[in-house]
Structure formats: C-alpha cells, structure tokens
Design a binder for this molecule. Sequence first.
Ligand code: SAH
Length: 255
Amino acid sequence: MMGKLFLIGLGPGDGDMQTPQAAHALTSADDIVGYKSYIERLTDRLPHQSLHLSGNGSELARARHALALASSGRTVAVVSGGDAGVFAMAAAVFEAIESGEEGWRSLDVEVIPGISAVLAVAARLGAPLGNDFCVLSLSDNLKPWELVLQRVTAAARAGFVLALYNPASRARPWQLPSALARLREILSPDTPVAFATAVTRAQERIAVVDLAHADEQEADMSTLVLVGTKTTRRIERPGGTPWLYTRRSASEALS
Ligand code: SAH
C-alpha cells in the first residue's frame, strides 16, 4: 500500500502563523521528518508521531528517507520553516523523486504552503512589497558566488525591492559584505535597508537603516535583509521602528 507524503511549511516561528491546514496534516502523520530545530518546536503537540531529526546539509538524504517511509505505506510529513517551497525541502523531495525509484512517482504527495519569511518580515515593516520585488538567497552552497552577485546586480538594476534570504552564517561571513558593496555601486546611499531577525519569535530584532550605513554585523542565520528601491518610503514614528512602504506607482522609478 502506498502512503502519503506531506511537504509542510510551518511559518516563520509563531505558532499562530502556522496554517490550520498544516496543523491537520501534522496530526494525521505517522512520521515527521525535518531539521532538529523545526521538529523541536512541535514535540509538545505531537506525542504520537515518530520524529526523524536531522542536522544541516543532508536534504537529499532526508528526502529519500521520507519517500522510502511513504512507499512503505506510512503517512509522512516533511517539515520546513516558512514555506516548504522557498529555499526549503520541497524542491529536494522532487529532486529525489525525479532521480529515484519509479514507484515514488505514484506516491500521493501534497504540498502545504506556509507563510514565508519575506511575508512575515514585510508585515512587520509596513508594506515594502507594494510593488515588484525579487526574492534571492545569498547562500553559495548550491550555486557559485559569481552567479549570486550577477543576480543581485541584475535585480537591483531592474529596480526590484530585494528580499535576501540566507544572508550570513558562521561558514559564510564575507558574502553579505560583498553583496552590500555591489548594491552601493548601483543604488543610492539613502536606499532603505531592513535587517529583520527571527521575526515572530522571542528573539525578534529589527533594524531599519540606509544603504550607506548598512552593517553586515546586524545579520545572522535568522535574518532576512530587505533592500528598498527609489520608491520605497520611510515613515518615521515617535519611539518606534519606521514604517517602510513601496509606492504602488513605479513611474518615478524610471527617472
Ligand atoms: N523556507 C523558509 C526559508 C528557509 S532559508 C521560508 O520560506 O521562510 C532560511 C532563511 O530564511 C534565513 O537565513 C532567513 O533569511 C530566512 N528566515 C527564516 N525564518 C525567518 C524569520 N523568522 N525571520 C527572518 N528571517 C527568517
């Protein structure tokens, strides 16, 4: 008997940002597969499931393990933070299906969307995604740094708001300074930049600066860096982080 495979996005952190659909799928699962930190967030509520914890860097192995479990007839949930399809496990699972056992193609696979970090961060800041935007990962684990820089350059030149995922980690300390240096060559020094860390979690931290003063020390593994455009406005607020919004009309962007 074929089982079922759910690919679930758990949202940015706060349990209230997990969708009811994700919660139902988790309760129906026999097995839950994912990073230790995501699974640890769940254990209180899911006492009956077998938990398959894994560390960083073994996405394909984890995907194959989940597919093998589902092929044996079990209902399996593969969990990711944010949305499962955004720099997360869903693509690894489909990569494993494409190159794996023929039978995996007949599995019942359901992808359950989650609130991706870019949406949670934008909501905290105001409405910075009010016009065209571009989502990029600064991780050069699976693509050469040259390609990352090419894409950052093209997106900035095209006038997109940029949402930069995976800006920094202990293993990738120089990439964000390099990207910021490139952005300073293209964009005006007063372009708004937000460093939004661990949004909706207890350690949440948000800094809004301008590009000239953007300091990579603000970023860690839980930070999303959002870079505005010519039409991204900053509204100061007494005693609070300024709001950012990007104007709905982009006609000024051409000037
Ligand atoms: N699938 C996830 C992204 C995983 S990549 C999603 O859709 O959100 C990991 C990166 O996501 C981090 O380096 C950071 O850039 C971003 N991120 C994830 N959760 C975040 C949060 N709560 N606050 C800010 N950024 C977050």
